[in-house]
Design a binder for this molecule. Structure first.
Ligand code: PEP
Ligand code: MN
Length: 337
C-alpha cells in the first residue's frame, strides 16, 4: 500500500507514521514528490490493513496497490524518474543515444567506434566485456581487460559507458570501470544478480527477458529498487514469437504500457530486437514515436568483421544517418537529441 501525505505534513508527523509502519515489522520507501511525499509500505500488508493509518495527522490517503510491483509503479511515484549520470539525464526531454559494438574487441577498434558514435550524437558507449553467449564455443569477451579498454576510451573521448554484468561477484568490480551496468535478457530473472546490483546503488540498465511478460519485467526491476537502488533504466529488446524472419519481435506496446505502469525510463534496443541492420533505423524511429527515452544500438566500424552480431550492427555512416532520422521524430514528439 502507499500512504499519500498532505502537502503541509511536518517532518515530525512523517516520522510518526514511518515509525508506526516499522513497529509493525514492515519496510518503508519514501518518494519525495514536487507537491507531496508518498510513503511506500513494503512487506506483508495484512499486518497493517486494520490499522487506522488515515487517523494519523499528515495522512491524506491510504491506497492499496493492486499491482504486484510497488516501488516501480506510477502510484508510488507519479512523476517520471530522471536518472542523472554525470552530465547525462535519462528519462527527461532529451533522448539518450547509446551506441557501440556488441563486444569490446581491442583498444583501437573501440576508440574508432567511440569517436564516430560521439560525432553522430551518442552520449553513451556500449560494449560487452563479459558476453552471455548461447554457445560455449563463441567468443566470451575480454573480461576485465575489456573493461579497462572501455574506461580508457570513454575517459579519452568523453562518453559514458555501459557494459553487461553476468555474475553477482563482478558487480563491485564493474562499478570501478563503467557508468551503467547492463543486465542482459538472459539474466533478467537472476535474482541474486539483481539484489547485488540493488545494493551497489549504481545506475543499471535492465533488459527484458526474451520470454518475460511486462509484469515479470517490472517485478525484476522491483528487486533492484527494493534494495534501495532507484537508478534503473528499463530496456525493451524484443521478445520471442513465432516469427523467424527477425531475431526477435520488438514489443512496441511495451513502451507506452510501461510509461503508464511505471515512472522508470524505458529505452529500446533495435539491434537485438531485429537482428538485421537494415531494420534498425525504421524500428528506432517507431520506438521514439511510441515514447521511448532512448536507444541502445550496435555500431561497428567494420560490421562484416565484428566478432559478434555484425549482421545487426550499423556501420558508422549508417549510424550517423540513423541519428538524423530519429532526431526528426524526436522533435515531432516534443523531445530532442
Ligand atoms: C547485448 O546487449 O549485448 C545483449 C547480449 O543483449 P540481450 O541481453 O538483449 O540479448
Ligand atoms: Mn549483441
Amino acid at each position: 500500500m502507499i500512504i499519500v501525505l498532505k502537502a503541509n505534513t511536518t517532518k515530525e508527523e512523517k516520522k510518526r507514521i514511518i515509525d508506526k509502519v516499522h513497529s509493525l515489522g514492515l519496510k518503508t520507501m519514501v518518494s519525495e514528490g514536487v507537491e507531496r511525499s508518498i510513503i511506500g509500505v513494503i512487506g506483508e500488508e495484512d499486518k497493517i490493513r486494520l490499522q487506522p493509518l488515515e487517523a494519523f495527522p499528515g495522512v491524506e490517503q491510504v491506497i492499496p496497490v493492486l499491482s504486484p510491483f510497488k516501488l516501480v509503479s506510477r502510484e508510488f511515484k507519479p512523476e517520471n524518474s530522471n536518472i542523472k549520470i554525470k552530465d547525462v539525464t535519462i528519462g527527461g526531454e532529451t533522448i539518450v543515444i547509446m551506441g557501440g559494438p556488441c563486444a569490446i574487441e581491442n583498444l583501437e577498434t573501440l576508440r574508432e567506434i567511440a569517436y564516430n558514435v560521439k560525432k553522430a550524437g551518442a552520449t553513451v558507449l556500449r560494449g560487452g566485456a563479459f558476453k552471455p553467449r548461447t554457445s560455449p564455443y563463441s567468443f566470451q569477451g575480454l573480461g576485465v581487460e575489456g573493461l579497462k579498454i572501455m574506461k580508457q576510451v570513454c575517459d579519452e573521448v568523453g562518453l559514458l559507458s555501459i557494459s553487461e554484468v553476468i555474475d553477482p561477484r563482478d558487480v563491485e568490480l564493474m562499478a570501478d570501470y563503467v557508468d551503467i551496468m547492463q543486465v542482459g535478457a538472459r539474466n533478467m530473472q537472476n535474482f541474486n544478480l539483481l539484489k547485488e546490483i540493488g545494493k551497489a546503488k549504481r545506475p543499471v540498465l535492465l533488459k527484458r527477458g526474451m520470454m518475460a511478460t511486462i509484469k515479470e519485467f517490472l517485478m525484476s526491476a522491483e528487486y533492484i529498487l527494493n534494495e534501495g537502488n532507484f537508478n534503473v533504466i528499463l530496456c525493451e529488446r524484443g521478445i520471442r514469437t513465432f516469427e523467424t524472419y527477425t531475431r526477435n519481435t520488438l514489443d512496441i506496446n511495451a513502451v507506452p504500457a510501461i510509461k503508464i505502469l511505471s515512472h522508470l525510463p524505458i529505452i529500446v534496443d533495435p539491434s537485438h530486437a531485429t537482428g538485421k541492420w537494415d531494420l534498425v533505423t525504421p524500428v528506432s524511429k517507431a520506438a521514439i514515436a511510441a515514447g521511448a527515452d532512448g536507444l541502445l544500438v550496435e555500431v561497428h566500424v567494420h560490421p562484416e568483421e565484428a566478432v559478434s552480431d555484425g549482421t545487426q550492427s550499423l556501420n558508422t555512416e549508417n549510424f550517423e544517418a540513423m541519428v538524423k532520422e530519429v532526431r526528426a521524430v524526436a522533435v515531432a514528439v516534443q523531445r530532442k537529441i
